[in-house]
Design a protein around this ligand. Sequence first.
Ligand SMILES: Cc1cc2nc3c(=O)[nH]c(=O)nc-3n(C[C@H](O)[C@H](O)[C@H](O)COP(=O)(O)OP(=O)(O)OC[C@H]3O[C@@H](n4cnc5c(N)ncnc54)[C@H](O)[C@@H]3O)c2cc1C
Length: 505
Amino acid sequence: MTATPDVDVLIVGSGPAGATYARTIGDAVPGARILMAEVGPRLPGRRGEHTHNLPRAERRAAELLTQGPDAGIERATALAGIAEGADPSMEFRQVVLPGLFFVDPRPVLADGEVGLPAASMASGVGGMGVHWAGGCPRPRQSERVPCIATGELDAALDHAEALLGVTAFGSDQGVAGALRKRMAEAFEGPGLPPVGFMPIAARWDGAELRFSGTGAILGDLEETAPGFELRAETLARRVVVEDGVATGAELEDRRTGEVSVVRARHVVVCADGLRTPQVLFASGVRPPALGRYLNDHLQMVSFVRLDDAFVGGEAAGIEGLGYVLIPFSDDRPIQGGVMSIANSPYGFGAGGRIDDRLGVVSWYGAKDLQRSDAVEFSETETDHYGMPRMSIRYSHTARDLETIEAMRGLSHRSAELVGTLAEEPALAAGGASLHYQGTVRMGATDDGRSVCDPDLKVWGVRNLYVGGNGVIPTATASNPTLTTVALAWRAATRIAAELGGDPRP
Ligand SMILES: Cc1cc2nc3c(=O)[nH]c(=O)nc-3n(C[C@H](O)[C@H](O)[C@H](O)COP(=O)(O)OP(=O)(O)OC[C@H]3O[C@@H](n4cnc5c(N)ncnc54)[C@H](O)[C@@H]3O)c2cc1C
């Protein structure tokens, strides 16, 4: 490095992963100079505020802003659309959700490929962490990262729950309680975990439910760490690597087109599961596993007309709201969810406009990992932002086809236990789960099957770190963001220690 760095840490991407790095380093080293570059714009409301907490008009405005190349294009909102009678399969199967844009809805598929036609992203301050549903189950058994000791991973998950403001919703009262008991009778057994409720990143503020995410993670960082700056509409075109050391990044101001190099002591790329490998590729950092082992949850979501026993939740009040969780286990590597939408935190958050006979059964299957499932980048073609164009290679193995049939059976069984299926269960289009994992996966050793070490430092490049769902190396069915935040927190404590902050607690 030739000159004094401009900042101590440059973070690319302002979603939950980038926010966790910023907050952790800022808390440990309040004098640190931390620059966060975010390609998308600032949104209405407080920085990083979950869009569900905004008044309706502001929420719509925020969603329109984060749609990248589709910014400004109006779409139906998910829950409001369902309540008003829109075709729900449109929302959960094929159509991009409000606030997001497709990677490539009409991929060119090679023989045997299924692609990820529903893969989508958000570009805006807060990333997807201002739109997400906040489901935060803990990873279990083989879902857990094997190269981190049990106690250490548990402590990181505890910390992530605190950062995200996770609440254990649900009690055995009312509709949610009745649904849980019915599911427990059917789906608990030897080797299978107890059926409970989905922990959700949301909290009660009096009688109001506030969803949390990126804003909650960042907290009051601008006040407590005055050297923190979030620069919106700023594209990280590439990380500058000199003699095996990351020394900064080339940033483009999207409003003026001006390009500048910011020098940094540490560079962290948290640009989501598909764009983090894109930034590394553009930087010439191309370990053999980059973009490979891509995996997205197999997803089957079906709507149900609930029986009388599961309708009318007034008696239990807000304490009775819940989303029943049938956890993943190695004996059944599929995670289930059952809810009466009106009696769930989501229905409550939508303002009580939901038909109380409307139920959802959802099943998420773990993908059979293959090296050939990958996001690849073009040397010559570019995307909307001028970054290397992505294409996705993705296929189902024989084991995936078995998992899909098991999910179909579970969808029928769970629906019949609580009501009548409104439609035949069908696999959602690939990419619909929005959980793109494996593309910058961690590993215990640099053996060509991973991109970063257990502290998320990229193999072979000093001072370069990654974060986000792409670092998760295992086949999971549980929603990944809790794990992502836990892993980013661990990595950030390492950087903080190098900057002279407290070592990892
Ligand atoms: C509707 C919805 C529901 C969801 N529900 C759940 C759930 O219940 N549970 C769960 O675990 N997960 C859920 N998710 C997924 C969750 O939001 C993501 O796992 C999480 O946001 C990932 O965090 P991240 O920081 O890695 O990436 P993101 O939140 O995607 O943030 C990445 C940021 O990087 C920016 N960026 C990309 N490239 C560049 C570049 N070159 N330069 C500068 N900036 C760049 C992007 O604009 C983006 O803002 C949901 C998502 C959505 C949209």
